[in-house]
Design a binder for this molecule. Structure first.
Ligand SMILES: [Zn+2]
Length: 107
């Protein structure tokens, strides 16, 4: 199943794993679909590979501050959409396609 594709209508209450690179990727690209899945009775678990700590234009923002802000925003969006579980996998991330290190940040 890909983003934007309807969840199966038979057997309500499916468990759907939504995996994205950055906070807000799924909300921007498929927030309506996620809300529909939740409305249909499915449980959505969002797994986000990074905290989006590299994608900010303000030079005064540290990576840690950006990551904290992105996490708060993502948690709020997940609550609004009805996502039942949210996991940050905590890979180091950078903006744009084909980016990001597979190296986990310590701690
Ligand atoms: Zn992204």
């Amino acid at each position: 199943m890909s983003l934007g594709e309807a969840a199966p209508t038979t057997g309500q209450g499916k468990r759907i794993l939504l995996a994205t690179a950055h906070p807000d990727d799924a909300d921007i690209m498929a927030g309506g679909t996620v809300a529909r899945w939740v409305d249909e009775g499915h449980k959505v678990h969002a797994a986000i590979f990074t905290r989006g700590d590299k994608g900010h234009d303000d030079p005064a923002m540290t990576s840690e501050a950006v990551a904290a802000l992105r996490e708060l925003e993502q948690r709020a969006a997940a609550t609004i959409l009805g996502v039942s579980q949210l996991t940050f996998l905590d890979f180091s991330g950078s903006p744009g396609p084909g980016h990001g290190s597979r190296r986990r940040r310590p701690g």
